[in-house]
Design a protein around this ligand. Structure first.
Ligand code: YOG
Length: 140
């Protein structure tokens, strides 16, 4: 994983599964859930060795978070559920695994790549949201 690259991925509205359950798990209000479940998102991931810059872009809201593998940091989920969590991202084989310690138990996400697809599994409590993004571009 020692390389620098920028990957951009797009998610179609039909490709997010069980998202509503996750939104409820995070106490997102009905109106926001309604909007969020129909969003097309773009995921931009810039990797430089152990350092990652991630952007989740949509017409409704954007979310950016940067992290270094193995270094716990305080994450403010601004514009999402607006909570403060202690976040740690590590590699588990070829999966990027994130644990977000805070008010909500069993919270985190996993990223992995299968061919031209970027998978994202977001978990909170007993809810799991699986999103599949298609590769849009690659700039090295
Ligand atoms: O991604 O943590 O990729 O590195 C998931 C939405 C919806 C706002 C966002 C805006 C969680 C209302 C994933 C969606 C639901 C719903 C576009 C962000 C919460 C609120 C931003 C994320 C990781 C992994 C960052």
């Amino acid at each position: 994983h020692k390389y620098a690259c920028r990957l951009q991925w797009t998610l179609g509205a039909g490709e997010q599964r069980q998202l509503r359950g996750g939104h409820e798990g995070l106490d997102i209000d009905f109106a926001t859930r309604k909007i969020a479940s129909h969003l097309h998102q773009t995921k931009v991931i810039v990797q430089n060795g152990d350092k990652f810059e991630t952007k989740t872009l949509s017409t409704f809201r954007n979310y950016e978070v940067n992290f270094t593998i193995g270094e716990e940091f305080e994450e403010q989920t601004k514009g999402l559920d607006n909570r403060k969590v202690k976040t740690l991202v590590v590699w588990d084989g070829d999966k990027l695994v994130c644990v977000q310690k805070g008010e909500k138990d069993n919270r985190g996400w996993k990223h992995w790549i299968e061919g031209d697809m970027l998978h994202l599994e977001i978990t909170v409590l007993d809810k799991v949201c699986h999103q599949v993004f298609k590769k849009a571009s690659e700039i090295r």
